[in-house]
Design a protein around this ligand. Sequence first.
Ligand SMILES: NC(=O)c1ccc[n+]([C@@H]2O[C@H](COP(=O)([O-])OP(=O)(O)OC[C@H]3O[C@@H](n4cnc5c(N)ncnc54)[C@H](O)[C@@H]3O)[C@@H](O)[C@H]2O)c1
Ligand SMILES: O=P(O)(O)OC[C@H](O)CO
Length: 337
Amino acid sequence: MKIIVLGAGAWGTAVAMSAAQHPAGHAVTLWARDAAQADQMRAERQNTRYLPRIPLPPSLTVADGAFATLWPGADLVIVATPMAALRGMLQALRGCAAPVAWLCKGFEAAAAGSSDTFGLLAHEIQALVAPELIAGVFSGPSFAQEVALGQPTALVAASAHAKVRDALVSAFHSPSVRVYANEDIVGVEVGGAVKNVLAIATGLCDGLELGLNARAALITRGLAEMTRLGLALGARPDTFMGLSGLGDLVLTATGDLSRNRRVGMLLAEGKTLQQAVESLGHVAEGVYSARTVAQRAAALGVDMPITRAVVALLDGQLTPSDAVVTLMGRGPASELM
Ligand SMILES: NC(=O)c1ccc[n+]([C@@H]2O[C@H](COP(=O)([O-])OP(=O)(O)OC[C@H]3O[C@@H](n4cnc5c(N)ncnc54)[C@H](O)[C@@H]3O)[C@@H](O)[C@H]2O)c1
Ligand SMILES: O=P(O)(O)OC[C@H](O)CO
């Protein structure tokens, strides 16, 4: 297969490395927006900025410049940018005949102070700006470093189109990566977006040393929130028990490689949001998605108290310890939805 990966951050690089080492011998090109970064990767055969000290496979081609020259003849195009860049990438891909899959996890950021326009999920953006594309999402519990090192990982290929699901399976299913197909793109995208917000909450919980009981409670009640929102948006309930729901929530909420969890821990240490975000050097999508998640939940009448507390924390309306008091101070409730 000829595979193009657009975006050379940590995850785009790891995914391109995985495809390039597939036993089927795919021809993989990794495109970087920044020509200097592409030069560095070609010269040093590693992505020093985003995935240091892990050698790129010799067969992986690194490109830069106009990517419209790359996708003609491709069997699969992967968009590996953050959510904030997805709309522009999909507009640029209009007319692409190959299956397209995005890797980003989030909602588009809602405009500060606005409640009348909502940020969208990735498939909603695609339906708006490039409806003719045959497209889907590639998601699931996956830290870039582990995939780049070839450690065992299971992922989800979600799309309404069998052609997209099949292309992702052919591109990535291998002795180190299992790819499961799912037709529920809404559920898979809601899981990937909401788990980032919840990981900020568990990072805060662990940073404040509230204990393992508190962390388990946050994960479990967070899963209930995620599921309620997903069902209101038309997802299937069983998707939230799968890799992109419970699986990615557990990984991101408990794994110290998570950038979203790290944001919560840095806020607990007393860092400002700006200091926390700047110190990461990578995108933490939960910071940009949280307000949209809360807005969309409110519009649908879905109760998401943990998400609301994270939004108030990120907006500086609650201190870390006040956020805990707010969550614990609520009245008793039924556990079942
Ligand atoms: N890192 C992971 O382990 C991981 C795993 C699964 C999913 N994801 C998701 O994948 C997405 C990308 O994450 P990442 O870890 O690669 O981020 P990163 O911060 O490591 O890198 C982001 C990359 O996107 C590029 N970029 C930003 N704006 C762009 C634009 N307008 N056009 C082209 N390129 C642009 C940057 O130059 C950089 O190369 C996020 O939505 C993230 O949630 C990440
Ligand atoms: O580092 P995070 O928090 O962006 O999480 C990375 C992946 O989404 C985990 O599946």
